[in-house]
Design a protein around this ligand. Structure first.
Ligand SMILES: Nc1ncnc2c1ncn2[C@@H]1O[C@H](COP(=O)(O)OP(=O)(O)OP(=O)(O)O)[C@@H](O)[C@H]1O
Ligand SMILES: [Mg+2]
Length: 210
């Protein structure tokens, strides 16, 4: 059965697209077939795919409210589908939540960023109530400024949601932006040891969950 993972957050610039490509690459390295779905009308994933001439991972752009049916039509043969969420459309995010096995909500370690997703978390929780807990939903700290402990204010802001947080997280590293601009992932830069390690660790947590 194809597993569907969505990276969603209405807040822009939190790392949805960066995490989508890097996690997809890491899952692919486990020998799995992965399809990336660009649900963002901005088309960032499609640009990324164009930059690598479509050589890394299959990318399809599906940014209509018919997302669920459209994915159904293309999902055959894939082990994992990763949906890169749009910051603009609540309807698209709602459609993605309905079909996902796992929703990942990237947040930067800023209380403002965490508070900004309050409405979105409500939507997920409302969905969970009618589906007996599906999809699983986790926060993922993105672009952390340090590799050490999170500040108490962010930990406190997160705990207010009663939603689990991945143990692994990404640190702010130039190599994420650099590889993205070349249509690549950190896995394509053998020197990016720490970045590869954190993405591998996030992926391990994901594969243990679904
Ligand atoms: N861990 C990181 N370290 C450094 N830069 C990062 C990291 N993650 C993402 N970035 C950079 O931050 C910017 C925003 O990231 P990204 O485009 O992935 O966010 P997004 O949530 O998809 O944004 P949008 O909501 O506009 O789609 C990009 O320039 C990206 O290269
Ligand atoms: Mg994006």
């Amino acid at each position: 059965m194809t597993k569907i993972i969505s990276l969603l957050n209405q807040k822009g610039g939190v790392g949805k697209t960066t995490l989508s490509t890097n996690i997809a690459m890491s899952i692919k390295e486990h020998g799995k077939k992965v399809l990336l779905v660009d649900s963002d009308p901005q088309g960032s994933l499609r640009d990324w795919n164009e930059a690598n001439e479509g050589k890394l991972i299959s990318v399809v752009g599906l940014d209509r409210e018919t997302l669920a049916q459209d994915i159904e039509a293309v999902k055959n043969g894939y082990d994992y589908i990763i949906i890169d969420g749009s910051p603009q459309s609540a309807k698209l995010a709602g459609a993605a939540i309905k079909i996902s096995d796992l929703v990942i909500i990237p947040v930067t370690p800023s209380p403002y960023d965490v508070w900004a997703c309050a409405d979105f978390i409500e939507i997920i929780k409302a969905r969970n109530e009618v589906t007996d807990g599906k999809p699983k939903s986790y926060f993922l700290i993105s672009r952390s400024r340090t590799g050490t402990n999170l500040s108490s204010e962010i930990t406190e802001a997160l705990s207010g949601y009663n939603m689990p947080v991945f143990n692994s997280r990404t640190v702010h590293r130039e190599v994420y932006a650099k590889t993205a601009s070349e249509g690549l992932t950190v896995h394509n830069d053998k020197k990016a040891v720490e970045a590869i390690e954190e993405i591998t660790s996030i992926t391990k947590e994901i594969l243990e969950l679904i």
